[in-house]
Design a protein. Structure first.
Length: 150
């Protein structure tokens, strides 16, 4: 009796490449991260929630940027497995995640807090540091790290 076994190859495919963040060596402050996210993903102008992530190396330099999911006007269904998959494909040692609130209010919801802890737990399990979760509002942002929630 023979068993059919599928053989797979995992491959990271570059979707796009642009010049961003002129004169920025490393992301060290949440204000820099919020600015970078707006430059790359235009989060503050989106009408639906967009959940994104930045993959970083050990020097906090961006090695990959991903749009993880697009939700509705007041929610996005994040997939922690998808977040970890992207981080591993980039060989990231650190990640930052973010999403926008189309309402303009950057205050985290109870669900935002729960999902951040789930992402943090998954990162810890995989040996990847979750540096921050930033919520982008209208001309403002909320940093889980700065508020002591990470």
């Amino acid at each position: 009796m023979t068993i059919s076994i599928s053989k797979y190859k995992i491959q990271l495919v570059k979707e796009d490449s642009n010049n961003y963040l002129e004169n920025c060596e490393a992301l060290t402050y949440p204000s820099m991260v919020a600015s970078a996210l707006n430059e790359i993903f235009n989060l503050e102008n989106q009408t639906d929630e967009h959940f994104v992530m930045l993959c970083l190396n050990t020097k906090n330099r961006i090695i990959g940027a991903f749009e993880v999911c697009v939700g509705t006007i007041d929610a996005s269904l994040i997939n922690i497995r998808g977040i970890m998959q992207r981080a591993l494909l980039c060989n990231a040692s650190r990640i930052m995640v973010a999403h926008n609130h189309p309402s303009g209010d950057s205050s985290p919801s109870r669900e935002d807090k729960k999902s951040t802890m789930k992402i943090k737990d998954a990162c810890n399990l995989m040996g990847i540091s979750l540096l921050d979760h930033i919520i982008i509002g209208e001309d403002e942002y909320f940093s889980f790290k700065c508020e002591g929630l990470l």
